[in-house]
Each structure stands twice: as C-alpha cells, then as structure tokens.
Design a protein. Sequence first.
Length: 207
Amino acid sequence: MKRMRRREFILATGGTLLASATRLWADHHTVSAYPLVVEFDLGSLQGPYTRVEDFYIRNHYSAPESAPASLRIEGEVEHPRQLTPESLNSLRQREIGAVLECAGDPVKAVSLVSDGAWRGWSLGEVVSLVRPESGGKFLHLFGQDGFSRSVPMDRAMADGLLVTSLNGRPLFRNHGAPWRALFPGWYGMDSVKWLARIVVARNPLPP
C-alpha cells in the first residue's frame, strides 16, 4: 500500500508531540458547530493512522440530511451516466495511506490535519466510463451539501480517488458518506464530500 511521506513531515513540525502519546483517545476539539469544524490533537496519535473517531472534520455547510444515492457524471462527455456503487463493482478498488489537511490549517499541535488509510475506486477509471471529450480540462465536483470545487482533469485522472472507506470502515456521515473525492498531496478543500455530481468542463468554476 502506497504511503504518503507528508505524515512524517507534519509530525516532525510538532517537535516533541509524540512524547504526549499517553493521552487518552478522542483528543479532538470542536471549533465550530455550524459549520462543523473539529480539530485533531497530533500529540495523541498512536500507530500510523488517526482513529476515525478522532479524524478532523471541516464542513463548509451543514451535512446533508440524505446521502447521495448515485453519482451523475456529465458535461463534455460522450455518454453521461448516473452511477451507483453497484455499477462500479467491475472496477478494482485500491487503498492508499494519505494525509488530509485543511488549506487554512496553522502549524500547531491541535490542527485540521489527520492521516488515514483510504479505500475506493480510481477517479480516473470512474470518469473514463463516460468517455470525456478532448475539450474537457477540468472536473467540477458538486457535493450534496452545496459545496463545489474545480480540479484540473490531468490531476484528477492521475491520482484522484472516489473513496468509500477510511481505515477499513465505511465513511462516517461527517467524512462524506457514502463517498467523497480524495486527491493525495493536495489540500482537503478539493476532496469534496458527499459527492453527487461531476461535470467535465473546458473551464474552471468562477471564483
């Protein structure tokens, strides 16, 4: 399983954080209830990955009342499709270890950063099912909560994942169940949760 090296870097920036590993589990801190923002205490990390219950949360809006039952992919494509988990069973899933970090995260002991083992389908293989046209340069990702981001097509196709589980467990509601995008090595704002629609487009979303 591929493992990102950023975890070692983040832990190293904490200096003596590992000396506090005797702390109890659930070392996390709620910063905001709406939208829900929960930090993780790096000093409580035991083992290679952050416990799912302690994994940081950065919602942009309220978590949707109902999870998306399918994923619509459309836009600059030959065959728009409505995909369900069952329709993706023919694709092989993969698992990687990767750090996820908020773009606005300060370098401190209690932060919006965590490390996990992510499992899901290659986003490149998923998007290839609809046969993107040559003019498509960006993927517009729309979450069920109303949050959206644009990512370059080449980056998404190279190493993006459509994730369904974290640390061997199905995604929790506040981590984007039933699936979310993941772009290892890039800030968490691009890894849209509760992914409901992808639009292949020539240009990025307006700022």
